[in-house]
Write a protein that binds this ligand. Structure first.
Ligand code: C5P
Length: 236
Protein backbone atom coordinates (compact mmCIF):
# COMPACT_ATOMS: atom_id res chain seq x y z
CA UNK A 1 0.00 0.00 0.00
CA UNK A 2 1.34 3.41 -1.02
CA UNK A 3 0.57 6.70 0.71
CA UNK A 4 -0.63 9.41 -1.68
CA UNK A 5 -1.92 13.02 -1.48
CA UNK A 6 -3.15 14.72 1.64
CA UNK A 7 -6.95 14.55 1.79
CA UNK A 8 -7.70 16.52 4.93
CA UNK A 9 -5.77 18.21 7.72
CA UNK A 10 -7.52 18.29 11.09
CA UNK A 11 -6.33 19.91 14.31
CA UNK A 12 -4.24 16.92 15.47
CA UNK A 13 -4.33 14.42 12.58
CA UNK A 14 -3.77 14.50 8.84
CA UNK A 15 -5.59 12.10 6.53
CA UNK A 16 -3.86 10.81 3.37
CA UNK A 17 -5.25 9.01 0.34
CA UNK A 18 -3.56 5.75 -0.66
CA UNK A 19 -3.26 3.75 -3.87
CA UNK A 20 -6.19 1.65 -2.61
CA UNK A 21 -9.51 3.47 -3.08
CA UNK A 22 -11.04 2.11 0.12
CA UNK A 23 -8.05 2.78 2.43
CA UNK A 24 -6.68 5.94 4.04
CA UNK A 25 -3.70 6.72 6.24
CA UNK A 26 -4.19 8.64 9.50
CA UNK A 27 -1.09 10.53 10.58
CA UNK A 28 -1.12 11.54 14.26
CA UNK A 29 0.77 14.81 14.63
CA UNK A 30 2.27 16.25 17.82
CA UNK A 31 -0.14 19.20 17.56
CA UNK A 32 -2.41 19.50 20.56
CA UNK A 33 -5.36 21.84 20.40
CA UNK A 34 -8.04 23.04 22.76
CA UNK A 35 -10.89 25.57 22.82
CA UNK A 36 -11.85 24.98 19.16
CA UNK A 37 -8.27 25.43 17.99
CA UNK A 38 -7.59 28.65 19.94
CA UNK A 39 -4.79 27.01 21.96
CA UNK A 40 -2.35 24.92 19.93
CA UNK A 41 1.00 23.49 21.05
CA UNK A 42 3.41 20.84 19.85
CA UNK A 43 3.94 18.16 22.46
CA UNK A 44 6.89 15.89 21.84
CA UNK A 45 5.99 12.22 21.17
CA UNK A 46 2.24 12.85 21.42
CA UNK A 47 1.62 11.71 17.82
CA UNK A 48 3.35 8.41 18.43
CA UNK A 49 1.72 7.88 21.82
CA UNK A 50 -1.78 8.58 20.50
CA UNK A 51 -1.32 6.48 17.36
CA UNK A 52 -0.27 3.43 19.38
CA UNK A 53 -2.85 4.09 22.11
CA UNK A 54 -5.62 4.36 19.52
CA UNK A 55 -4.56 1.14 17.80
CA UNK A 56 -4.48 -0.71 21.14
CA UNK A 57 -7.97 0.50 22.16
CA UNK A 58 -9.49 -0.16 18.73
CA UNK A 59 -8.15 -3.73 18.86
CA UNK A 60 -9.86 -4.19 22.25
CA UNK A 61 -13.12 -2.91 20.78
CA UNK A 62 -12.82 -5.13 17.71
CA UNK A 63 -12.24 -8.12 20.01
CA UNK A 64 -15.52 -7.22 21.73
CA UNK A 65 -17.36 -7.22 18.38
CA UNK A 66 -17.41 -3.45 17.74
CA UNK A 67 -16.37 -2.68 14.17
CA UNK A 68 -13.74 0.03 13.83
CA UNK A 69 -12.03 1.88 11.01
CA UNK A 70 -8.54 0.77 12.05
CA UNK A 71 -6.76 -1.82 9.92
CA UNK A 72 -3.10 -1.79 10.99
CA UNK A 73 -0.21 0.31 12.26
CA UNK A 74 1.86 1.69 9.40
CA UNK A 75 4.58 3.49 11.39
CA UNK A 76 5.07 4.99 14.84
CA UNK A 77 2.77 7.88 13.96
CA UNK A 78 0.56 6.44 11.20
CA UNK A 79 -2.13 3.81 10.82
CA UNK A 80 -4.06 2.41 7.89
CA UNK A 81 -7.84 2.77 8.13
CA UNK A 82 -10.92 1.97 6.08
CA UNK A 83 -12.27 4.96 4.18
CA UNK A 84 -15.54 6.05 5.80
CA UNK A 85 -18.16 8.62 4.96
CA UNK A 86 -18.08 10.43 8.28
CA UNK A 87 -21.30 11.54 9.98
CA UNK A 88 -20.65 15.13 11.16
CA UNK A 89 -21.67 14.63 14.78
CA UNK A 90 -19.79 13.75 17.95
CA UNK A 91 -21.28 11.18 20.34
CA UNK A 92 -20.47 11.85 24.00
CA UNK A 93 -21.18 9.47 26.87
CA UNK A 94 -20.58 10.66 30.42
CA UNK A 95 -20.25 8.48 33.51
CA UNK A 96 -19.28 11.40 35.75
CA UNK A 97 -20.08 15.10 35.33
CA UNK A 98 -17.17 17.26 34.08
CA UNK A 99 -16.30 19.77 31.38
CA UNK A 100 -19.09 21.35 29.37
CA UNK A 101 -21.82 19.53 31.32
CA UNK A 102 -20.68 21.23 34.53
CA UNK A 103 -20.62 24.64 32.82
CA UNK A 104 -23.93 24.12 31.03
CA UNK A 105 -26.02 22.61 33.81
CA UNK A 106 -24.33 23.97 36.92
CA UNK A 107 -23.82 20.52 38.44
CA UNK A 108 -20.78 19.70 40.54
CA UNK A 109 -17.72 18.20 38.82
CA UNK A 110 -17.45 14.59 39.97
CA UNK A 111 -21.18 13.90 40.26
CA UNK A 112 -21.78 10.26 39.31
CA UNK A 113 -24.32 10.01 36.49
CA UNK A 114 -26.63 7.03 36.94
CA UNK A 115 -27.49 6.12 34.27
CA UNK A 116 -24.68 7.54 32.13
CA UNK A 117 -25.81 10.31 29.76
CA UNK A 118 -25.60 10.57 25.98
CA UNK A 119 -25.22 13.81 24.01
CA UNK A 120 -24.75 14.67 20.33
CA UNK A 121 -22.67 17.68 19.24
CA UNK A 122 -22.36 19.06 15.73
CA UNK A 123 -18.76 19.03 14.46
CA UNK A 124 -18.32 22.70 13.66
CA UNK A 125 -15.51 24.74 15.23
CA UNK A 126 -16.88 28.06 13.92
CA UNK A 127 -20.13 27.38 15.81
CA UNK A 128 -18.22 25.90 18.81
CA UNK A 129 -19.70 22.40 18.31
CA UNK A 130 -23.26 23.13 19.45
CA UNK A 131 -25.31 20.40 21.08
CA UNK A 132 -27.87 18.88 18.70
CA UNK A 133 -30.55 16.21 19.09
CA UNK A 134 -32.06 13.41 17.01
CA UNK A 135 -34.49 15.83 15.33
CA UNK A 136 -31.71 18.13 14.09
CA UNK A 137 -29.74 15.17 12.80
CA UNK A 138 -32.65 13.71 10.80
CA UNK A 139 -34.05 17.09 9.68
CA UNK A 140 -30.71 18.21 8.28
CA UNK A 141 -30.10 14.79 6.76
CA UNK A 142 -26.85 14.04 8.65
CA UNK A 143 -28.08 10.54 9.58
CA UNK A 144 -31.24 8.44 9.67
CA UNK A 145 -33.06 7.57 12.90
CA UNK A 146 -31.82 3.99 12.48
CA UNK A 147 -28.21 5.22 12.26
CA UNK A 148 -28.78 7.49 15.27
CA UNK A 149 -30.05 4.53 17.32
CA UNK A 150 -27.04 2.47 16.22
CA UNK A 151 -24.58 5.28 17.14
CA UNK A 152 -26.13 5.40 20.62
CA UNK A 153 -26.03 1.63 21.00
CA UNK A 154 -22.40 1.39 19.89
CA UNK A 155 -21.26 4.36 22.01
CA UNK A 156 -22.70 2.70 25.12
CA UNK A 157 -21.22 -0.66 24.03
CA UNK A 158 -17.80 1.04 24.05
CA UNK A 159 -18.47 2.07 27.67
CA UNK A 160 -19.11 -1.57 28.61
CA UNK A 161 -15.69 -2.53 27.20
CA UNK A 162 -13.55 0.43 28.26
CA UNK A 163 -14.93 1.32 31.71
CA UNK A 164 -13.75 -1.99 33.20
CA UNK A 165 -10.45 -1.83 31.25
CA UNK A 166 -9.56 1.55 32.80
CA UNK A 167 -11.03 0.54 36.16
CA UNK A 168 -8.57 -2.39 36.30
CA UNK A 169 -5.81 0.17 35.80
CA UNK A 170 -7.08 2.19 38.77
CA UNK A 171 -8.79 4.83 36.65
CA UNK A 172 -12.27 6.25 36.17
CA UNK A 173 -13.54 6.72 32.62
CA UNK A 174 -15.31 10.04 33.21
CA UNK A 175 -16.49 10.70 29.62
CA UNK A 176 -15.48 10.25 26.00
CA UNK A 177 -16.28 11.35 22.47
CA UNK A 178 -16.73 9.03 19.49
CA UNK A 179 -17.33 9.62 15.80
CA UNK A 180 -18.87 7.23 13.33
CA UNK A 181 -18.88 6.84 9.58
CA UNK A 182 -20.46 4.69 6.91
CA UNK A 183 -18.75 2.05 4.79
CA UNK A 184 -20.99 0.25 2.28
CA UNK A 185 -24.02 1.30 4.32
CA UNK A 186 -22.58 -0.07 7.56
CA UNK A 187 -21.98 2.15 10.60
CA UNK A 188 -18.37 1.88 11.76
CA UNK A 189 -16.47 3.54 14.61
CA UNK A 190 -14.03 6.05 13.11
CA UNK A 191 -11.65 8.81 14.19
CA UNK A 192 -9.79 7.94 17.42
CA UNK A 193 -10.01 6.92 21.04
CA UNK A 194 -7.09 8.50 22.91
CA UNK A 195 -6.65 10.62 26.06
CA UNK A 196 -7.19 13.62 23.74
CA UNK A 197 -10.87 12.71 23.42
CA UNK A 198 -11.81 11.29 26.80
CA UNK A 199 -11.47 12.10 30.49
CA UNK A 200 -9.66 9.73 32.81
CA UNK A 201 -9.10 10.27 36.51
CA UNK A 202 -7.03 8.31 38.97
CA UNK A 203 -9.57 6.37 41.06
CA UNK A 204 -7.98 7.19 44.42
CA UNK A 205 -6.57 10.70 44.00
CA UNK A 206 -8.89 11.92 41.17
CA UNK A 207 -5.77 13.24 39.43
CA UNK A 208 -6.59 14.19 35.82
CA UNK A 209 -4.68 12.03 33.34
CA UNK A 210 -6.19 13.23 30.04
CA UNK A 211 -6.25 16.32 27.80
CA UNK A 212 -7.64 18.43 30.65
CA UNK A 213 -3.97 18.58 31.75
CA UNK A 214 -3.35 20.56 28.53
CA UNK A 215 -6.59 22.58 28.64
CA UNK A 216 -5.99 23.58 32.26
CA UNK A 217 -2.20 24.05 31.95
CA UNK A 218 -1.43 21.30 34.49
CA UNK A 219 1.69 20.08 32.63
CA UNK A 220 3.03 16.52 32.12
CA UNK A 221 0.50 15.88 29.34
CA UNK A 222 2.25 13.21 27.27
CA UNK A 223 3.78 11.69 30.43
CA UNK A 224 0.23 11.17 31.75
CA UNK A 225 -0.92 9.59 28.48
CA UNK A 226 2.04 7.18 28.72
CA UNK A 227 1.09 6.36 32.31
CA UNK A 228 -2.52 5.66 31.28
CA UNK A 229 -1.25 3.36 28.53
CA UNK A 230 1.01 1.51 30.94
CA UNK A 231 -1.81 1.01 33.43
CA UNK A 232 -3.93 -0.73 30.76
CA UNK A 233 -1.07 -2.96 29.62
CA UNK A 234 0.51 -0.95 26.80
CA UNK A 235 4.16 -0.06 27.24
CA UNK A 236 5.16 2.95 25.12
O1 C5P B 1 -16.10 19.48 26.54
P1 C5P B 1 -17.01 18.35 26.93
O2 C5P B 1 -17.15 18.17 28.40
O3 C5P B 1 -18.35 18.41 26.23
O4 C5P B 1 -16.30 17.03 26.38
C1 C5P B 1 -16.81 15.73 26.63
C2 C5P B 1 -15.78 14.72 26.17
O5 C5P B 1 -15.65 14.75 24.76
C3 C5P B 1 -14.38 14.97 26.73
O6 C5P B 1 -13.78 13.73 27.01
C4 C5P B 1 -13.66 15.68 25.60
O7 C5P B 1 -12.27 15.41 25.60
C5 C5P B 1 -14.33 15.06 24.39
N1 C5P B 1 -14.39 16.00 23.24
C6 C5P B 1 -13.59 15.81 22.14
N2 C5P B 1 -13.65 16.68 21.08
C7 C5P B 1 -14.49 17.70 21.10
C8 C5P B 1 -15.33 17.92 22.20
C9 C5P B 1 -15.24 17.06 23.27
O8 C5P B 1 -12.81 14.85 22.09
N3 C5P B 1 -14.54 18.52 20.04
Amino acid sequence: MQKRDELYRGKAKTVFLTDEADKLVLYFRNDTSAFDGEKIEQLERKGEVNNKFNHFIMQKLEAAGIKTQVESLLSDTECVVKKLNMIPVECVVRNIAAGSMVRRLGVEEGLVLDPPTFEFFLKNDALHDPMVNDYHITAFGWATQEQIDEMKRLTFAVNDVLKPLFEKGGMLLVDYKLEFGLCNGELILGDEFTPDGCRLWDKETRKKLDKDRFRQGLGSVVESYIEVAKRIGLDL
